[in-house]
Design a protein around this ligand. Structure first.
Ligand SMILES: *Cc1c(COP(=O)(O)O)cnc(C)c1O
Length: 470
């Protein structure tokens, strides 16, 4: 299995060569040369596998430059009951016949990003040991991604994490999840400013090629290919849990932001999983809903992005979306390159009236958007009807799923976070606090390890240089 760029400007590479990279050298995203096909016999065999074995079977199809026994061991030490709370890793909960929640948020930071990030931590450590290199991960976070990355990389050999977050802007719970880590390879930098200031500093530091090379600066953002592959696994797991035979179809509903999660569902479907619909839910930041309804992709200006009560979906553009467009245009890299020249020049493109839009229905996407009022109503209704408290992102997914239900096709809604992370909105919906999972009580009172700094590129560089051992 080799990887190429969506824009055509990269010689084919193996999995480990793209593992530590961000964008392809031509500015595109890395994609596999083809999707591995899964036949009926394989599906029947996979149905019987426990999560770690299934994960190995799926991921192995995308990775041929790690010896099988090593990959099996890396996967086995990632997907454990100790890390994910249950041996099922992503347990299915049935709300009513034909309507399920797939629990993806039982990892250390209580959001679905742990499922992929925990594997990434082990893959990075393995690949760096093999090449004798070190990596300094630099990122900016407003919550979920940063804490998932830190919890995945803590204590890993050869990896350091420098994570910028806006000082005083995260909830006390979110801040504690990151700042209470005492591992010497984790560096929290609280920037006096907002999230965009943090992101600008990351861009400036990464844009200094000499600094970047000298200190081996890398990222773990949502375009990382290994994260996408790891997420493909739970679409298979959810399908097997919700069906009795491989003749049945299901639909998946996915609360979406950067299009990483639902793109993994698209891969599973392309591999041959019997998926009827991929139901894409956005919040008020509806870039993706607009595209799937009209064919128009329009990147939003930063000032247009609305802060919402499902903050992990507050996006101006969807980083992984280019990978889907590559498939939509028949993997014609030249067309993708031209479309993204338009994105850079005009802020978007419109496929209405092109033959590409006629291809869209065969990919099974349907979409919808959910508002703050919808979230409150859905959280309330789900609690009243089923006695289950869901988080705000999951509520967006469930709302849009219910709008698009097809009789006789079960719908699996991906539960992407625990309600405990969004207590304020849960209180507004239910008039009471969400329960905290055991082990998270009082984390706000733990000692914190964080460096508070001005929004100053030079100061951040100096801090990295002091601690990165370059
Ligand atoms: C990141 C995130 C999302 C959005 O996932 P994408 O892969 O960016 O589409 C949804 N819900 C939660 C809780 C998240 O953390």
């Amino acid at each position: 299995m080799r990887y190429v760029s969506t824009r055509g400007g990269m010689a084919p590479k193996a999995f480990c060569e793209v593992l530590l990279e961000g964008l392809a050298p031509d500015g595109g995203l890395v994609v596999p040369e083809h999707y591995p096909a899964v036949d009926a016999l394989t599906l029947a065999r996979w149905r019987r596998l426990a999560y770690p074995e299934l994960a190995f079977a799926v991921i192995r199809r995308f990775v041929d430059d790690i010896p099988e026994e090593d990959l099996r061991a890396l996967v086995a030490k990632t997907y454990t009951k100790e890390i994910f709370g249950t041996a099922e890793i992503t347990p299915l909960r049935t709300l009513e016949p034909g309507l399920h929640l797939l629990g993806l948020s039982n990892g250390p930071t209580l959001a679905f990003k742990d499922v992929a990030m925990q594997l990434l931590g082990n893959l990075f450590e393995y690949a760096l040991a093999r090449s004798g290199e070190e990596l300094n991960i630099l990122g900016a976070t407003s919550g979920d991604t940063g804490s998932a990355a830190e919890h995945a990389m803590r204590g890993k050999q050869g990896v350091r994490v420098f994570m910028l977050s806006p000082h005083g802007k995260m909830s006390a719970f979110q801040a504690a999840q990151m700042y209470s880590l005492q591992d010497p390879n984790i560096f929290n930098i609280a920037v006096r400013g907002v999230f965009d200031d943090c992101q600008d500093i990351v861009k400036a530091v990464s844009g200094d090629a000499a600094f970047k090379a000298r200190y081996r600066i890398g990222t773990v953002n949502s375009i990382n290919w290994a994260r996408v592959v790891a997420q493909t696994v739970y679409y298979f797991k959810g399908y097997f849990a919700a069906t009795r035979s491989d003749d049945e179809q299901v639909s998946f509903a996915v609360p979406s932001g950067n299009f990483g999660n639902i793109f993994a569902g698209h891969i599973a479907r392309m591999m041959g999983l019997p998926v009827r619909a991929l139901v894409l839910a956005t919040n008020e930041n509806d870039v993706l809903d607009e595209f799937f309804r009209t064919g128009r992709y329009r990147v939003r200006a930063a000032a247009e992005v609305v802060p919402t009560s499902s903050p992990s979906m507050d996006i101006s553009k969807a980083s992984n979306f280019e990978r889907f467009v590559y498939d939509l245009v028949g993997q014609a890299a030249g067309v993708v390159a031209e479309l993204w020249r338009k994105v850079d020049r005009d802020g978007g493109f419109d496929l209405a009236g092109t033959p590409y839009l006629e291809q869209l229905p065969k990919f099974g996407f349907v979409s919808g958007c959910s508002t703050h009022a919808d979230r409150l109503a859905t959280i309330r209704a789900t609690y009243q009807k089923y006695g289950v408290v869901i988080d705000t992102h999951t509520a967006d997914g469930l709302k849009v799923a219910l709008d698009h239900r097809t009789p006789d096709v079960p719908t699996i809604c991906l539960e992407t976070a625990q309600p405990a992370k969004f207590a304020e909105t849960i209180r507004a919906a239910l008039g009471r606090d969400p329960d905290r999972p055991p082990g998270y009580a009082g984390i706000e009172a733990l000692p914190q390890r964080v460096e508070v700094m001005d929004a100053d590129v030079a100061a951040v560089k100096a801090f990295i240089a002091r601690h990165a051992g370059g």
